[in-house]
Design a protein. Structure first.
Lengths: 110, 114
């Protein structure tokens, strides 16, 4: 079963715009990770945020975590065509197994 | 390039058959994970090995088995294949087994059952 649920399912934006996607989960976590998957490829790790962190940045990526609401958001700033991909959040519970959401498909139009 | 190698890239076989998927982890990584990705189920964790021993089990069917060898490569064996086993199978690796471990994914093996 999937613990994380991303929203929206799909997102289409113009190059240069920001893209925001959200992830909600059900049970308490140790960490939350975001991954990117380009069509036909494996997942690429983007960022890991620990349960005691509220915000983390990596390049054009900004991740927030609100454990009280059991939710996280991923913001991609100044999007590029190369950002076109599916984005997944993954949570780990006490058993340390990663549980992935269904993903948000982002299309960046030139 | 993640450094994780999966072979073969594509596999086409028939129902009832048995196949073996192979994974070489990133150099230095001791943990190997197997995932199944399908349109209806999404990305499902199957099993994890750490330094040759089974560490965690997920939604892995009894018809499926895996092992990690002394050189740390891993194999996923799928037997008595059914149409519903058609999916992308990913291997991932990480340095260790615990939390705080980013996983590095291979490009997967696409299994098609006819």
């Amino acid at each position: 079963s999937q613990q994380g649920e991303e929203d929206p399912q799909a997102l289409s934006i113009q190059e240069g715009e920001n893209a925001t996607m959200n992830c909600s989960y059900k049970t308490s976590i140790n960490n939350l990770q975001w991954y990117r998957q380009n069509s036909g490829r494996g997942l690429v790790h983007l960022i890991l945020i620990r349960s005691n962190e509220r915000e983390k940045h990596s390049g054009r990526l900004r991740v927030t975590l609100d454990t009280s609401k059991k939710s996280s958001s991923l913001l991609i700033t100044a999007s590029r065509a190369a950002d076109t991909a599916s984005y997944f959040c993954a949570t780990d519970g006490n058993d340390y197994k990663l549980s992935f959401g269904a993903g948000t498909t982002v299309t960046v139009r030139a | 390039d993640s450094g994780v190698t999966q072979t073969p890239k594509h596999l086409i076989t028939a129902t009832g058959q048995r196949v073996t998927l192979r994974c070489s982890p990133r150099s230095g990584d001791l943990s190997v994970y197997w995932y199944q990705q399908s349109l209806d189920q999404g990305l499902q964790f199957l099993i994890q090995y750490y330094n040759g021993e089974e560490r965690a089990k997920g939604n892995i069917l009894e018809r499926f088995s895996a092992q990690q060898f002394p050189d740390l490569h891993s194999e996923l064996n799928l037997s008595s294949l059914e149409l519903g086993d058609s999916a992308l199978y990913f291997c991932a690796s990480s340095v260790s087994w615990g939390p705080n471990q980013p996983q590095h994914f291979g490009d997967g093996t696409r299994l098609s059952i006819l």
